[in-house]
Design a protein around this ligand. Structure first.
Ligand code: NDP
Length: 505
């Protein structure tokens, strides 16, 4: 092993690293022992702000390999040749818990992939669920507050959670998935990922398609029951981090089959479901899955903080051949994700190695805290100029996009035509779940709703029960029975706008 000198951060060799300089063996310390100050001062600054959401996470590097030709839908270079490989970094996470919280919490899981492509980094910032609780980004801070701690008790609060969900019926679909076994995955390796948002593909003829990404786990879906998840919480708070790290260290590289659903641009106008509503899926019967490739994770980061904690994903980071859509949640995230990174990591967060594009980056952005890439050296810092030859490339232009309307207003997200919050969760319960899964889901709902307390308890339970009944009568009945609610007939007439007089114990 090579001998190395221990040095300060500025490179000055240490003569002593364990004893602070003092006036006599038992005397006070000398202020001039700079090494002590440097050590303590840096230590005090080791923590950066934790992410407001998705604070607890795990990540790994890997490769994406194209297995099928989708060039008729997209000209994106990462898909342009069967067998082509692109390096990726994937960060998994829970959503609501703090950085030290348990991996086995009932929560959606983040599934954020960064593809390092020759046209720039493409970030697909998804979850393990194909949908989300809300469809307008203005609701996000309110929603997340309910998933965090009560301002008075500093405790997690089932009352806040169900109050919000019951007042926002568009959340029902995601609530059903969250309350199913998939709300507590056995590990990050054993769950699907979904891009969730509708994105767009643009082909070489300038045609636009709407697209949804699916990552199907090759390890198979495996979930904890509620009891197993609770047990794991007390046994190993970090079990998902441990599972991923150890599997990759053993050479058992987890894989996901990458697939897409494709909708021709014009069909969005006539399709009976709003294809840009993040609370809805596109049923496979209407839009089947097309195979694209395989994503494999095969390299653990050498240093957790450097790569996992400092990784920063933004749905705004697309590449030629992939674009945005009018999905309102996506539109909100285009702004808020890079904004979060600039706050948390600084204006130059894209220079951190895990975030840095490994291919050419040329622009006139300069300065800012922690500028570490040479800052453009002596080259011009303005455009246009007479000295360099850096130019925009119009061949990357997206086709013009026709908008639905040019009348700006605050449109009700749940206006008639946008208010079917019930068909898809109903179908999930009736047609997709097995009886065993239905029983488990109801039991999880009853367990979670039993935590609602306080003077508004009956009101919140009534309101949420109405949503379950609207999705599926059997679902509503089973949850009501589980909660010991009586007077169901009145509840059902209440669903049609009349006063409800059910009795909640
Ligand atoms: P399909 O029968 O073609 O597909 C059902 C889908 O449900 C499969 O993708 C399956 O995933 C997934 N699934 C099974 N159990 C659960 C669960 N507990 N939580 C979440 N997803 C689950 O039906 P449709 O496409 O017509 O959709 C029917 C319903 O299935 C939807 O209303 C939605 O609730 C749910 N769903 C649909 C998806 C879609 O993109 N169309 C995606 C995920 C869910 P897998 O094959 O990996 O087991």
């Amino acid at each position: 092993m090579e001998n190395k000198k221990l040095t300060t951060a500025s490179g000055r060799p240490y003569v002593e690293h364990e004893n602070t300089q003092s006036a006599g063996p038992r005397g006070p310390l000398l202020l001039q022992d700079y090494i002590l100050h440097e050590k303590l001062a840096h230590f005090n600054r080791e923590r950066i702000p934790e992410r407001v959401v998705h604070a607890k996470g795990s990540g790994a590097f890997g490769t994406f390999t194209v297995t099928h030709d989708i060039s008729k839908y997209t000209r994106a270079k990462l898909f342009n040749e069967i067998g082509k490989q692109t390096r990726v970094f994937l960060r998994f996470s829970t959503v609501g818990g703090e950085k030290g919280s348990a991996d086995s919490e009932r929560d959606p899981r983040g599934f954020a992939v960064k593809f390092y492509t020759e046209d720039g980094n493409f970030d697909l910032v998804g979850n393990n669920t194909p949908i989300f609780f809300i469809k307008d980004p203005k609701k996000f801070p309110d929603f997340i507050h309910t998933q965090k701690r009560d301002p008075y008790t500093n405790l997690k609060s089932a009352t806040m959670v169900w109050d919000f969900w019951s007042l926002n019926p568009e959340s029902l679909h995601q609530v059903m998935i969250l309350m199913s076994g998939r709300g507590t995955p056995f590990s990050y390796r054993h769950m699907n990922g979904y891009g969730s948002h509708t994105m767009s593909f643009i082909n070489k003829d300038g045609e636009r398609f709407w697209v949804k990404f699916h990552f199907k786990t090759a390890q198979g879906i495996k979930n904890f029951t509620d009891a197993e998840a609770a047990e794991m919480k007390s046994k190993d708070m970090d079990h998902a981090q441990r599972d991923l790290l150890e599997a990759i260290d053993r050479g058992e590289f987890p894989k996901w089959n990458v697939k897409v659903q494709i909708m021709p641009e014009a069909e969005a106008k006539t399709y009976h479901i709003n294809p840009f509503d993040l609370t809805k899926v596109w049923p496979h019967g209407d839009y089947p899955l097309h195979d694209v490739g395989v994503l494999e994770l095969n390299q653990n980061p050498d240093n957790y903080f450097a790569d996992v904690e400092q990784s920063a994903f933004a749905p705004a980071h697309v590449v030629d051949g992939i674009g945005y859509s009018p999905d309102k949640m996506l539109q909100g995230r285009l702004l808020s994700y890079p904004d979060a990174h600039r706050y948390r990591l600084g204006a130059n967060y894209e220079q951190i190695p895990v975030n840095r594009c490994p291919f050419a980056v040329n622009n006139y952005q300069r300065d800012g805290a922690m500028r570490v890439d040479g800052n453009g050296g002596r080259n011009p810092n303005y455009f246009p100029n007479s000295f360099d030859n850096i130019k925009p490339d119009p061949s990357y232009k997206e086709p013009a996009q026709e908008l639905d309307s040019i009348i700006a207003d605050w449109y009700d997200r749940n206006a008639p035509g946008e208010d079917d919050h019930y068909s898809q969760p109903g179908k999930l319960f009736r047609e997709v779940m097995t009886e065993e899964q239905r029983l488990e889901t109801v039991s999880n709902i009853v367990g979670a709703m039993s935590g609602i307390t306080g003077p508004k308890r009956a009101e919140i339970i009534n309101r949420q029960l109405c949503h379950f009944f609207r999705a599926d009568i059997e679902l509503g009945m089973r949850v009501a029975q589980g909660l010991g609610v009586t007077g169901i007939e009145n509840m059902m007439s209440g669903m049609h706008g009349q006063q409800t007089t059910v009795s909640v114990q």
